[in-house]
Ligand binder design. Structure first.
Ligand SMILES: [Zn+2]
Length: 372
């Protein structure tokens, strides 16, 4: 079975305007492009085509999400507010979340695209899938747009799987360099969803993503944050996956794994300070795929989040999709050698200490979920 791929040219038409990186309107700074502009994603899609991988993927046609689907995660007031901005230009919809004309329609197409990817995987039309959507979603809170995100694409797809498709348990593994606070909030009291976020300690949002944030009520223990120190490389990420992420997935035993996939933990990313490489992302994908094979018939859905270094991000995405599909294009990442050679790529003692602390959360999860 093939790997599904969601893309639509309209995703590239979400216009975040002239900023200076993430800095919003009116700041006394020479205008520049917005960090979350189409270029990294367009280049990723282009490299898939040039490498020949694109024609080996199964296209999945996105559709707009329905109000009902959005409202499983967001408040009516939030949905109505974002809709009301659709014909405006240059609105900040919340916290660091610029919209252009038509951005509401495009955001609905992004959320619907991830739902379609999840349905295609569940219905066995494809083995796994990657949704290359814009705008991203994992910072969007139920009542607030945040961090370039209007709607929580992954969370909305997850709620669809629980409520409409009646799955028992879903798991999220968010490897974006920033905390997946929106996904965490959407499932804060939900024991049927395991939300894991591996991110840079206190990067964005501020004061968010600490290890003591574990969920509440019946969902207590089912939210796991691993805030890695800045400067973490492939060794730290592989250790987190081997010692925390994979054991957590095995303890929870999900029916499907959803990956909010940002590539801003890559070395050279302007909005993160980690040192991941394409081979690092390939390795993490291999680990997740093995977990999905062992636990849930290979059901794995990735949806695109951040990643802002235009030259390198396409090679990270290519490595991930090669690994998902089992197809090797033979295209070599010209940045790999340079990034491999960075100092401190191996696991460092202060990173090991964080991971050791997170292993305690896995022990608690095992007790909670009763699956070993
Ligand atoms: Zn990010």
């Amino acid at each position: 079975m093939a790997t599904g791929f969601v893309f639509h040219e309209l995703y590239m038409w979400h216009n975040t305007g002239n900023f200076a990186g993430p800095i919003p309107f009116g700041a006394p700074v020479q205008p520049y492009e917005h960090s979350e502009n189409p270029e990294t994603k367009r280049r990723l899609r282009n490299l898939l085509e040039v490498s020949g991988l694109l024609r080996q993927l199964t296209p999945i046609e996105p559709r707009q999400a329905t109000d009902t689907e959005i409202l499983r995660v967001h408040t009516r007031a939030h949905l109505d507010r974002i809709r009301s901005y659709n014909d405006l230009v240059g609105v900040d919809a919340g916290v660091y979340t610029p919209m252009g004309r038509g951005s509401f329609d495009i955001a609905m197409l992004a959320a619907g695209g991830v739902i379609e990817a999840a349905d295609a995987v569940l219905d066995r039309k494809v083995e796994n899938a990657y949704a290359l959507v814009r705008p991203p979603g994992h910072h969007a809170l139920p009542e607030l747009a945040m961090g370039f995100c209007l709607f929580g694409n992954a969370a909305i797809a997850g709620r669809h799987l629980l409520e409409a498709r009646r799955l028992d348990r879903i798991a999220f593994v968010d490897w974006d360099v920033h905390h997946g606070n929106g996904t965490q909030a959407a499932f804060w009291e939900e024991p049927r969803a395991l939300t894991i976020s591996v991110h840079q300690d206190n990067c964005f949002p501020p004061n968010s993503g600490y290890m003591h944030e574990n969920g509440a009520g019946k969902g207590e223990g089912f939210n796991i944050n691993i805030p890695l120190p800045p400067g973490s490389g492939v060794g730290a990420y592989e250790a987190v996956f081997d010692r925390v992420v994979l054991p957590s997935l095995h303890a929870f035993d999900p029916n499907i794994i959803i990956v909010p996939s940002g590539f801003d933990a890559g070395a050279h990313d302007p909005l993160g300070r980690q040192m991941m490489t394409s081979e690092g992302y390939r390795s993490l994908t291999r680990k997740l795929k093995a977990a999905a094979d062992a636990l849930c018939g290979g059901r794995l859905v990735m949806c695109h989040e951040g990643g802002y270094n235009a030259p390198t991000v396409p090679f990270f995405g290519l490595a991930v999709m090669e690994e998902l599909s089992g197809v090797r294009t033979g295209v070599l990442d010209p940045f790999q050698e340079l990034l491999n050679g960075l100092g401190y790529q191996a696991l460092q003692p202060h990173q090991d200490a964080v991971i050791r602390q997170a292993e305690g959360l896995v022990r608690r999860l095992k007790e909670k979920s009763g699956h070993e």
